[in-house]
Design a protein around this ligand. Structure first.
Ligand SMILES: [Zn+2]
Length: 331
């Protein structure tokens, strides 16, 4: 297991056996993920697939770009995939009132373009004019790509040509076909509640690893899934007091504390003290909140939970980092 990033600002972990190499979540930009894989000596080209736990930004931020770049399939639940597609696809439908408003804006834009065309094609017209005008165009065309491009095609030929001399990239952009932002090389649905965690097992190597984060509480099915695990990445999101006194608005605090929120240090310690079977060689504490937790607090809390059980003395506790990859954990 190589934790590339773990925390409220981005999560991604490589899980590998002798035969299979998977990336669980892609919650940083593609560039940052590749950078961290390089630091951790993980070859991106060796990845077989990307698995997604759920559609929150801290788990999917780099998904599309990375999957396309590596040309590997994405394993995801259908509801998570749908939610993600909705998130990344610009809205193209509008109400009738919006449409009327839109038509009016389009008309105004054409009039403005005609006026601007006159200004910018005048000899010696300053470059600034065309820039100002382009900004205006973007704003007016904003609600949908169709409007923006049809407008560019009809009214803006001349000024576009003027700025083409100084910045060809910028000009080519509106005419180029926009790639589908939700395109993935291959999508494989699996069935699960939504969101989910994973237990990975390599039978030939007799090794089991698990990732369990973004848990509002420890449901019985998760408790029973986390048995006989050799490397366990477990959420220890917040310190209850820091959350209570911290900067989050009340409604957000309530959500973090709820059953669809995150596991507190206390809840994680409770699991380790009461329900955990003690079989892991490594317990990695992850998904720490930057605003509402301190690494020392998470660590002490888990250490105390383990110290109470003699059988757990062989367990090694590691803190996953937000800002840098962990050294690969090898069994
Ligand atoms: Zn998360």
């Amino acid at each position: 297991m190589t934790v590339l990033a773990s925390g409220s600002k981005g999560n991604s972990t490589v899980i590998a056996s002798a035969h299979t190499r998977l990336l669980v979540d892609a919650g940083l930009s593609c560039r940052e993920l590749l950078k961290r894989m390089a630091i951790a000596n993980e070859d991106p080209a060796a990845l077989d697939a990307i698995l997604i736990t759920h559609e929150h930004q801290d788990h999917i931020a780099g998904l599309a770009v990375l999957a396309r770049r590596l040309r590997i399939p994405v394993f995801i639940t259908e509801p998570t995939h749908r939610a993600w597609v909705r998130m990344v696809t610009p809205r193209t439908t509008m109400t009738y009132a919006q449409w009327l408003d839109h038509v009016q804006k389009e008309k105004d834009a054409r009039a403005q373009a005609a006026a601007a065309a006159q200004t910018t094609t005048e000899p010696g017209a300053p470059r600034l004019d065309s820039e100002t005008w382009e900004r205006g165009a973007t704003k007016l065309g904003a609600p949908s790509m169709t409007v923006s491009s049809s407008w560019v095609g009809s009214g803006a030929t001349e000024p576009i040509a003027v700025s083409a001399e100084s910045d060809p990239d910028e000009v080519d952009e509106p005419a180029a076909p926009k790639p589908d932002p939700a395109y993935l090389p291959a999508v494989e649905y699996f069935h699960s509640g939504n969101p989910c965690g994973f237990v990975f097992e390599s039978r030939s190597e007799a090794v089991r690893m698990a990732i369990a984060t973004d848990l509002g509480y420890m449901p019985p099915n998760v408790k029973s899934a986390l048995k006989r695990i050799d490397v366990l990445l477990l959420e220890s999101n917040h310190d209850l007091e820091m959350l209570r006194d911290g900067p989050y608005p009340w409604a957000v605090k309530q959500r973090v504390l709820s059953r669809v929120g995150h596991l507190s240090n206390h809840a994680t310690a409770e699991f380790l003290a009461r329900d955990y079977d003690g079989g892991a060689t490594y317990i990695v504490l992850g998904h720490l909140s930057e605003a509402n937790n301190a690494p020392e607090l998470a660590l002490i809390s888990a250490e105390q939970a383990i110290a109470g059980r003699m059988s757990l003395l062989g367990n090694r506790l590691i803190l996953a980092q937000q800002s840098a990859p962990l050294t690969p954990i090898c069994l």
